[in-house]
Design a protein around this ligand. Structure first.
Ligand code: AMP
Length: 294
């Protein structure tokens, strides 16, 4: 397994790689969720690259950039074990040399929900991803469904900027109690950890409410809200269109239940697709014959 530190080293390595080439971008501190992406890439691609880069551009002032978990040696061992061919791990000065000034703006989608809580976050994500794609030139990029708005932003920029990559989205890997794996889960104390699975339970309650016939977004969300543990503070709980993150009042497919809650200083996120929407709502409106002639 090669470890590259600069775009030049990556390009040199990639020139000799068999295609298709898959790329798994990460911020390191790898867990089973990241490794599921690598496994999927390994199954589908002849060569697999992973990047490890804690991207300062996607952290706001006062966020956890400085204390974000870093575990480079263990990450490299895990990626080698998983059969990765190339790890790209630049430092911040290589990614953003003096004078760096360009940015990729994902538009209004990047300002909703996560974007509203973290101004500039998706601009940072979009910018680093475009740089990674331009450097590694993957045929396919692998992202986790856990970060649903990130997936939507990437789908948007890949389409809008005609980027020649295919986006593969992998299901969220969870703890047995439902908590989505996250590098930030290490921040949780025992009480917060015990409360955290209620985020996923809240989402499941919303999904069940819709499946059972609820069509009003706010009522469905209120049902889920009641499930959130009192130790958590809701940041948002809603039902959105997974492509635009718009939240129309009436639930209609495709729909995604999204949640974020604070456990102390740590904000966790999760989501669940709404698979069944009350009958008729996914069909064209039916005009019933009332029996009166026109
Ligand atoms: P991060 O290192 O947090 O930037 O995550 C790197 C990639 O792993 C992103 O595409 C995430 O969506 C994905 N990921 C993070 N947690 C999970 C999880 N629990 N299940 C599946 N994918 C995940």
């Amino acid at each position: 397994m090669l470890i590259a530190r600069t775009p030049g080293q990556v390009r040199e390595a990639v020139a000799g790689f068999a295609r298709p080439l898959g790329l798994v971008p990460t911020m390191g501190a790898l867990h089973a969720g990241h490794l599921a992406l690598v496994r999927r890439a390994r199954e589908e691609c002849r060569t697999v690259a992973a990047s490890i880069f804690v991207n300062p551009l996607q952290f706001g002032p006062g966020e956890d950039y400085d204390r974000y978990p870093r575990a480079f040696e263990g990450d490299v061992a895990a990626l080698r074990e998983a059969g990765v061919d190339l790890v790209y791990a630049p430092d911040a000065a290589t990614m953003y040399p003096p004078g760096f000034g360009a940015a990729v703006d994902p538009g209004p989608l990047g300002e909703r929900f996560e974007g509203a809580l973290r101004p500039g976050h998706f601009r940072g994500v979009a910018t680093v991803c475009v740089k990674l794609f331009a450097t590694v030139s993957p045929d396919r990029v692998y992202f986790g469904a856990k970060d649903a708005q990130q997936v939507a932003v990437l789908a948007r920029i890949i389409a809008d900027l005609n980027l020649p990559v295919e986006l593969a989205v992998c299901p969220t890997v969870r703890e047995p109690d439902g908590l989505a794996l996250s590098s930030r889960n290490v921040y949780l104390d025992a009480e917060q950890r015990a409360a955290a699975p209620s985020i996923h339970r809240a989402l499941e309650v919303i999904v069940a409410a819709v499946r059972d016939g609820e069509t009003d977004r706010e009522r469905a969300v209120a049902r889920g809200r009641a499930e959130l543990a009192p130790q958590l503070r809701e940041a948002y709980l809603d039902i959105v269109d997974p492509a635009t993150f718009a939240a129309p009042r009436d639930i209609r497919p495709p729909a995604l239940a999204i949640a974020s809650a604070w456990a102390g200083e740590t904000r966790l996120i999760d989501n669940e697709p709404i698979v069944a929407v009350p009958s008729g709502r996914d069909e064209a409106p039916v005009l019933h014959d009332s029996g009166r002639s026109a």
